[in-house]
Design a protein around this ligand. Structure first.
Ligand SMILES: NC(=O)c1ccc[n+]([C@@H]2O[C@H](COP(=O)([O-])OP(=O)(O)OC[C@H]3O[C@@H](n4cnc5c(N)ncnc54)[C@H](O)[C@@H]3O)[C@@H](O)[C@H]2O)c1
Length: 271
């Protein structure tokens, strides 16, 4: 390990179980010398798995529903108390679509579900940055990262309304990132990750096929959750101080591919 985050303090949203990308980020951040608070929705905390992560990383857990301003304000105030000062890094690793869960087709969305999913998956990023900004909670040269997926740019039919949520999320990173950069020298980026077998990922219809297709299309293969964590750590470290307002693809090259030999062979009948 490289002590890349030595002395840095953070807040990590979204570690549900040991498959979660946020879980791996927490493990790697701990290995790199950071101290942080773990947070998730109260209902997710009731599952209890996060306690093992907290023990392992010496972290405290604070419940916060990412759709509640009161919860986020409490989270940020308490985190600064626990960590003994302002925050250097924040990971937003939150996603949920009720339309996906209920297997409603995109062309026949339930708009109450759409609103709720948007609030959780997209607007929550604005809320979190709003609270951090107005409480002046970030240290200069801090870093804020949210996780996203390429369905924000291209059509993946079964990704459903999460595609629209991710498009908003990425836009907010740029819009809020401007003010964060201007006033606090804080950078804001999204990392666009390969399909990854987690609770949220596996909820997407046809996920296995999706995963295999991306694997065969990407010259480097799909990026794993641990590899995503490694990349996220670099974004929290001082090695990436001038990277901001970016959507950073972390996908083994998938996003720039048209066709690969492996996929072409299947269409030519040369399995
Ligand atoms: N798994 C993939 O294929 C993939 C690919 C690209 C991007 N992502 C993104 O990575 C992020 C993390 O997802 P993951 O794959 O690790 O799955 P995950 O299911 O482990 O994590 C999703 C998290 O969102 C949390 N959450 C849901 N509702 C919440 C609320 N109201 N308040 C606070 N937290 C809430 C869940 O409790 C959970 O911890 C998401 O933004 C997801 O869209 C995932």
């Amino acid at each position: 390990m490289y002590n890349l985050l030595k002395g840095k303090k953070g807040i990590i949203f979204g570690a549900l179980d040991n498959q979660s990308i946020a879980w791996k980020v927490a493990e790697r951040a701990h290995e790199e010398g950071a101290t942080f608070v773990l947070t998730n929705a109260p209902i997710a905390l009731r599952m209890g798995q996060i306690n093992a992560l907290a023990d392992k990383t010496g972290s405290e857990i604070i419940a916060a529903d990412a759709t509640s301003m009161e919860d986020i304000e409490n989270l940020v105030d308490k985190s600064m108390e626990i960590l003994g000062g302002k925050i250097d890094f924040v990971l937003h690793s939150i996603g949920m679509s009720i339309n996906v869960r209920k297997e409603l087709h995109y062309t026949d969305s339930n708009y109450d579900f759409t609103h709720k999913g948007f609030d959780i998956s997209a607007l929550s990023f604005h809320r979190v940055m709003n609270v951090l900004f107005n409480k002046k909670a970030m240290n200069n040269w801090g870093s804020i990262v949210a996780l996203t997926y390429m369905a924000a740019q291209r059509v993946f039919p079964d990704y459903n309304d999460m595609a629209d949520n991710k498009a908003y999320l990425e836009s907010v990173a740029r819009s809020f990132g401007y003010f964060f950069g201007r006033d606090y020298k804080v950078r804001v980026n999204t990392i666009s990750q390969s399909p990854t077998p987690t609770t949220a990922g596996s909820g997407v219809k046809g996920f296995e096929g999706f995963l295999n297709y991306a694997e065969k299309m990407s010259p480097l293969g799909n990026a794993t959750a641990l590899e995503c964590a490694d990349y996220t750590i670099t974004m929290f470290s001082d090695l990436t101080k001038k990277v901001t307002l970016q959507n950073l693809f972390h996908d083994g090259g998938f996003s720039n591919m048209g066709i690969s030999d492996t996929v072409m062979d299947e269409f030519n009948g040369n399995k």
